[in-house]
Write a protein that binds this ligand. Structure first.
Ligand SMILES: [Zn+2]
Length: 115
């Protein structure tokens, strides 16, 4: 699956995280960017035209040509959750922090905030 991943900046502090992703719209924007960096693409027919349905939980993106409906979280670990995106993002952030703390050298990435 050609979906980008949500990655939080290494060394991002919790207050910074909340400022960036504390609102549902911010999480939606980040997911949209990760999923469709070049704009919407229907996962079924590759069509770029879509509508918008504001569902009870998450926005839906119905394709204009094949009518397939997709969501920002379809195919991600957040798909099954009934929690707000902000809660899912916080969980991802905390897991990332825990992994980073246990494996400081993993992936050879250096933190832009390392002192
Ligand atoms: Zn389609």
């Amino acid at each position: 699956m050609a979906m980008g991943r949500i990655q939080f900046q290494a060394g991002l502090s919790l207050p910074e995280f909340i400022q960036l992703y504390g609102a549902e719209e911010n999480c939606e924007a980040a997911l949209e960017q990760a999923r469709w960096p070049d704009g919407f693409r229907c996962p079924r027919c590759e069509c770029k035209e879509y509508g918008l349905i504001h569902g009870r939980r998450h926005k839906r993106y119905p394709c204009r040509s094949c009518r397939h409906q997709t969501t920002l979280t379809a195919g991600t670990i957040l798909e099954a959750t009934k929690l707000p995106l902000t809660t899912g993002f916080l969980a991802l952030y905390l897991v990332g922090q825990a992994l980073a703390a246990r494996l400081p050298c993993s992936g050879g990435r250096t933190s832009p905030h390392s002192l």
